[in-house]
Design a protein around this ligand. Structure first.
Ligand code: NIG
Ligand code: FE
Length: 436
C-alpha cells in the first residue's frame, strides 16, 4: 500500500470497464464485450484510475485516508465518460426557420444551394466576435458535461476564409483552457464553397491547400482535417487533394463520406488511411470492404439521419459484420442535429441502427476514443487510464437506451475531479443553466 486514494466509487450495481487492447478499436463480435463488473468499485489517484474491480477486492487493495472522497453508487451504473467524435460545436445562431422549411418539404441541399444552410451559419459566425463565440461555446460545453460527455471533437468550417477559420480554431483553443471538457480540434475549411468563391471552387481549394492549411498546421491549431465530400459540394478528387495536403502537413484525415449519395467517399478514406469516415448512409459494398481492410473507424450519426428525415440509416450491422470498427457521434450542429446528448444517440442507435445497448455504449466510449486517436488513454476504466467517469442514476447500462430522452447522469468526473454532482455543474464561475 502506498498513499491514500483521492476518490473512491463503490458498490455500483454495474461498473462498465470497456477493457480494450490499447492499440486498436473494437470490431465484429468484440463490440459488445463491455467488461461488466457487478457491485463494482473504482479508485482514483490524481488524474488517473488506480484500481477497478469488485468492491470487496478494491477495498482490500487501496488505502482510504481522511481526505479520500467516497461516492456510494448503490443502484447506479458507472461508465467511462462519453466521447463525442464528430461535432460542429462552435457556431453563431440557430436555424429553426430552416427546420420549418424542411418540414414543409424543402430539402437540405436545396436550402444550401439557395445560400442558406451551412452558408447561413457561416454569415453569422463570421459576424460574431471572438468573445461572443467563446461565451456561446462554453455554454455548449456546459451542456455536454451535464449529459456526461467529457471529450468532444469540434470542427471548424463556418468561417470559410483564413481569418474566420482561424478565429474558430482559436475559440476552441481558448475554450479548452477554460473548460474541463477536452476538445479535439479538426480543420473543416472544406465544409462548403464560400459565397465569394461560388464559381471559382478551384481557387478556394488553392487557398485552403496553399495558405490556410499550412498556417493551421504550423500553429498546431488542429489535429485532423475533414472535408464535406458530397455531390454538389466537394468531389472525391477535390477531397483527396485537400486531405493529402493535410496529411503531408502532419494532420490526420477524416471525411464526411457517402451521406446523401454514394460518391466513393469510403473508398477514398481507406485509400488515404484516414482515421475515420463519417455518416456512410450510402456506402457501397466495396467501400465497406476497404474500410475494414484499412481499419478506418466508421463514425455513424443516427441523430442526423433522424433529424433530416432521411429515407434510411447507415448500414451499421453490415459494417460491424464486415469487421469495420464502429463509433457513434451526435454531429451537433445548428442545421442537421441541434442535439448534444450521446444518450440520445445511443437510443437511436439501438432503435434504428440495430445495435445492442452494449455495442452502442462501446461505440460512444472506447471506439469513439479511437476515432480521435485517443484510445491509449481515454474510453475505458482500467488502471492507468485517465479518470473520466460518469455515474448514472440507472441500475444497468441498458437504461441509457431504454429510457432515452431522460438525462440519467448524476455525477461526472473529469481528470479525477468532480465536475457535475447530483446533476449540477460544479465549475467555478459557471452556472448550471444553458443559454442558447
Ligand atoms: O455533418 N454535412 C455537413 N456538415 C454538417 C451539417 C452542418 C450544417 O448544416 O450546419 C453535418 O451534417
Ligand atoms: Fe458533420
Amino acid at each position: 500500500m502506498s498513499s491514500p486514494v483521492d476518490l473512491l466509487i463503490k458498490n455500483a450495481s454495474q461498473l462498465v470497464t470497456m477493457p480494450a487492447p490499447p492499440d486498436r478499436p473494437r470490431s465484429g463480435g468484440d463490440l459488445d464485450e463491455i467488461g461488466l463488473i457487478p457491485d463494482g468499485a473504482l479508485a482514483i489517484s490524481g488524474e488517473k484510475i488506480l484500481a477497478v474491480g469488485p468492491t470487496t477486492r478494491v477495498l482490500a487493495q487501496v488505502e482510504i485516508g481522511p481526505d479520500t472522497t467516497i461516492l456510494e453508487a448503490r443502484g447506479q451504473t458507472v461508465q467511462p465518460g462519453f466521447i463525442d467524435p464528430h461535432t460542429h460545436t462552435v457556431f453563431a445562431g440557430w436555424r429553426e426557420a430552416e427546420f420549418s422549411q424542411r418540414l414543409r418539404g424543402v430539402s437540405y441541399l436545396e436550402i444550401l444551394q439557395a445560400g442558406g444552410g451551412i452558408l447561413n451559419t457561416v454569415a453569422r459566425t463570421r459576424a460574431a466576435s471572438f468573445e461572443d463565440l467563446l461565451a456561446s461555446t462554453l455554454a455548449k460545453l456546459d451542456q455536454f458535461l451535464l449529459y456526461g460527455t467529457t471529450t468532444v471533437e469540434i470542427k471548424s468550417g463556418y468561417g470559410l476564409n483564413r481569418a474566420d477559420e482561424i478565429k474558430m480554431l482559436r475559440v476552441m483553443e481558448a475554450a479548452s483552457q477554460l473548460h474541463p471538457v477536452e476538445i479535439v480540434p479538426t480543420f473543416l475549411g472544406a465544409h462548403a464553397v464560400p459565397p465569394e468563391f461560388q464559381d471559382r471552387k478551384e481557387r478556394y481549394i488553392d487557398l485552403l491547400t496553399r495558405e490556410i492549411l499550412p498556417e493551421v498546421a504550423s500553429e498546431k491549431l488542429a489535429q485532423f482535417a475533414d472535408v464535406f465530400c458530397e455531390e454538389g459540394v466537394f468531389t472525391v478528387q477535390e477531397s483527396e487533394r485537400i486531405l493529402s495536403r493535410a496529411q503531408e502537413l502532419g494532420l490526420g484525415a477524416k471525411l464526411h463520406a457517402d451521406e446523401l449519395a454514394a460518391t466513393g467517399g469510403a473508398e477514398l478514406a481507406a485509400r488515404l488511411g484516414a482515421i475515420s469516415a463519417d455518416h456512410l448512409l450510402k456506402v457501397s459494398r466495396q467501400g465497406i470492404e476497404h474500410l475494414a481492410k484499412r481499419g478506418v473507424v466508421a463514425v455513424l450519426l443516427p441523430l442526423t439521419s433522424f433529424f433530416l428525415r432521411a429515407a434510411g440509416f447507415a448500414p451499421a450491422r453490415t459494417l460491424i459484420q464486415a469487421g469495420v470498427p464502429v463509433a457513434l457521434a451526435t454531429d451537433f450542429n445548428p442545421g442537421t442535429s441541434p442535439v448534444q446528448s450521446q444518450a440520445l444517440t445511443i437510443g437511436l442507435a439501438c432503435l434504428k441502427l440495430g445495435l445492442s445497448p452494449a455495442e452502442a455504449l462501446a461505440a460512444t466510449t472506447v471506439n469513439a476514443a479511437h476515432a480521435l486517436r485517443q484510445g491509449d488513454h481515454l474510453g475505458s476504466l482500467t488502471p492507468g487510464k485517465q479518470a473520466d467517469v460518469v455515474i448514472l442514476n440507472a441500475p444497468s447500462h441498458e437504461f441509457i437506451s431504454y429510457r432515452f430522452g431522460t438525462n440519467l447522469v448524476r455525477t461526472v468526473i473529469k481528470k479525477g475531479r468532480i465536475v457535475v454532482f447530483q446533476g449540477r455543474l460544479k465549475l467555478k464561475g459557471r452556472g448550471d443553466g444553458y443559454e442558447p
